[in-house]
Design a protein around this ligand. Structure first.
Ligand SMILES: Nc1ncnc2c1ncn2[C@@H]1O[C@H](COP(=O)(O)OP(=O)(O)OP(=O)(O)O)[C@@H](O)[C@H]1O
Ligand SMILES: [Mg+2]
Length: 243
């Protein structure tokens, strides 16, 4: 098996137990300062947080409060100016860019506000593409793709292309795509922002279902107070700080 998680847990006798007993992600006094024009702009001002296995955690805050900046740091797409981020027992800042990229490809999944699907590929092909990118052996693609599309309730739409799907359905394909390679952390930046309240509720129930059945933690940003009740924890961000 070369699923991301198993591959990185090679050699451990009880990989499931090891995953569950740890903090999956630890943020220690993280700051991010941008050099925009003249004066430095401090966007993250000493953040501490933790994510545990199989949690649904939300980052809430007004526009400009720093949610996307933090999510980018959590996903290794950006690097804090100071402070530490530990992911699955390893410190991000001590890794090379290549190592970070490998961790991101194998152990993380990303969902963005605008669904990031390949427009000419069907739902099925979109999900398969992410297995190909993660290096999952080809003989496993068919079963895993079918499973993920079923999990998000799109078993009957798997051969539609994005333009033949509703916004909510497209976002569900994006979720199937993001979890296909069995990441242990799924980061989602305002995954419901473009959806009406009914579709947002559907996405949240898909997230809950994924957490129940897969070994994944979801960390998402949102403006929407109505969906926060399903969170295990909500971090409220104001001007680069948690309150
Ligand atoms: N690369 C950058 N260079 C300079 N400033 C930046 C950069 N990225 C973000 N910022 C600034 O950091 C602040 C926080 O931005 P961020 O995108 O994290 O906010 P957000 O909470 O995600 O907002 P929204 O809800 O609108 O998505 C903003 O004032 C933004 O202008
Ligand atoms: Mg944002």
């Amino acid at each position: 098996m070369a699923w991301g998680k198993q591959a990185l847990k090679k050699g451990e006798e009880q990989p499931e137990k090891a995953v569950h007993s740890e903090k999956l992600l630890l943020v220690n006094n993280v700051e991010r300062v941008f050099q925009a024009g003249g004066a430095p702009l401090k966007v993250l001002k000493g953040l501490n947080m933790e994510l545990r296995p199989k949690q649904l955690v939300m980052l809430r805050g007004r526009s400009g409060s720093g949610k996307t900046t933090l999510l980018n740091c959590l996903g290794g797409l950006d690097t804090p100016t100071s402070g530490e981020i530990w992911f699955n027992g390893r410190q991000f800042s001590k890794m090379s860019d290549d190592q970070r990229t490998t961790v991101r490809r194998k152990e993380m999944g990303f969902i963005f506000q605008a669904f990031a699907l390949m427009p000419l590929l069907s739902a099925w092909e979109n999900v398969e593409l992410s297995l190909r990118m993660a290096g999952t052996p080809r003989h496993l693609w068919k079963e895993r793709t079918a499973h993920c599309l079923d999990l998000v309730g799109l078993g009957k739409r798997m051969h539609h292309r994005p333009f033949e799907l509703s916004g909510g359905e497209q976002q569900r394909v994006a979720i199937a795509k993001a979890i296909a390679h069995k990441p242990i952390l799924l980061l989602a930046d305002e995954p419901t922002a473009e959806l009406d309240s009914n579709m947002s509720a559907q996405i949240m129930s898909v997230f809950q279902n994924i957490i129940r059945t897969e070994d994944v933690t979801i960390c998402m940003t949102t403006h929407d107070p109505t969906i926060m009740e399903v969170a295990d924890h909500v971090y409220e961000m104001v001007d680069g700080r948690f309150i």
